[in-house]
Design a protein around this ligand. Structure first.
Ligand SMILES: [Zn+2]
Length: 300
């Protein structure tokens, strides 16, 4: 598993008095593409192979994913969107994320000019293991908030759903046990609706389907803004074919409807997509492409 050594020149994104910085923990081919997209047929993949490989799917047919957070620096706050996989976390079903011990995340945060004490808010687009890991870190055998001054913004229904899952079968959701519930125990959570307006320039947009109450984050002012997608999309393949669901979706049909709705809303706008799991540079504008959508480079 590699991670880009340099951040492409497209970054950071500047929107008047706001900048957006990527914080990359990993990038590589983690999952075989047909397992990841269970409804993807060999025929459809072959028909799209020429533009997917090697950037988005590696030569072994594994989907190339970036595991990253974004930092939004506003005049008043530093906001971290999502928190990658984290260190020392037991993830027995995901060998490549199991018991990681790496300084990449903190180095990437440092490259954005920030340390853990500088983060004022952490926004959790959803509560999956590759988005909440750095919420906490291990200290003397206990999970404590990594960002001691931060409030952690989570959706009410999302937290309720995963808390119930954890109560029922903790072994099935270890990331809730070690990376979400300790935040609640430390009283650092801020529970909101998934359409919460943090302020005029930072607003949550409900994008349900991948999880029960997933949100994306719209940053900036109309005409000069960016959408941090979170996991409402995992690959540009789901732009061309919005109905293709991924293996861990809560409701793939709803996720497909969400993609159509969001891409339809932004496909004639200058809004930059910051697509969390797309390989670096992970950004572009969304435009129509037949019955679906494509992502075009920011400059075009
Ligand atoms: Zn994810």
């Amino acid at each position: 598993m590699n991670s880009p050594t340099t951040v492409p020149a497209t970054w950071p994104i500047a929107l008047k008095d706001i900048t957006i910085h990527p914080v990359v923990e990993q990038q590589g081919g983690f999952f075989e593409v047909f397992g990841f997209f269970p409804s993807l047929t060999k025929e459809l993949f072959d028909a799209n192979r020429s533009w997917l490989q090697p950037t988005f799917v590696d030569p072994d047919n594994r989907l190339v994913l970036c595991i990253q957070s974004f930092v939004i620096k506003t005049p008043h706050h530093n906001i971290l969107i999502d928190a990658c996989v984290g260190n020392h976390k037991p993830r027995p079903t995901r060998p490549f994320w199991n018991m990681m011990n790496s300084d990449r995340f903190e180095r990437a945060l440092g490259a954005a000019g920030l340390g853990v004490n500088d983060i004022d808010y952490v926004m959790c687009t959803h509560l999956h293991g590759d988005h909440v890991g750095w919420n906490t870190r291990l200290e003397n055998g206990r999970w404590v908030p990594t960002f001691p001054k931060a409030r952690y913004i989570m959706s009410d229904r999302e937290l309720e759903h995963w808390t119930a899952r954890e109560k029922e079968n903790p072994a099935s959701v270890p990331w809730i046990t070690d990376s979400v519930l300790p935040i609640v125990a430390a009283k650092r959570e801020q529970i909101v609706k998934s359409d919460f307006a943090f302020n005029e320039q930072v607003r949550l947009i409900p994008t349900p389907g991948h999880t029960i109450d997933h949100f994306s984050v719209l940053v900036g002012r109309s005409g000069e803004d960016a959408l941090i997608t979170g996991d409402m999309i995992h690959s540009p393949l789901q732009g061309k074919y919005p109905e293709i669901g991924m293996m861990a979706d809560y409701d793939s049909k709803q996720a497909g409807l969400t993609r159509r709705k969001i891409f339809d809303r932004f496909c004639e706008e200058p809004t930059l997509m910051c697509a969390t799991h797309f390989p670096m540079p992970s950004t572009g504008r969304v435009r129509r492409w037949g019955d679906g959508y494509k992502f075009v480079a920011a400059g075009s």
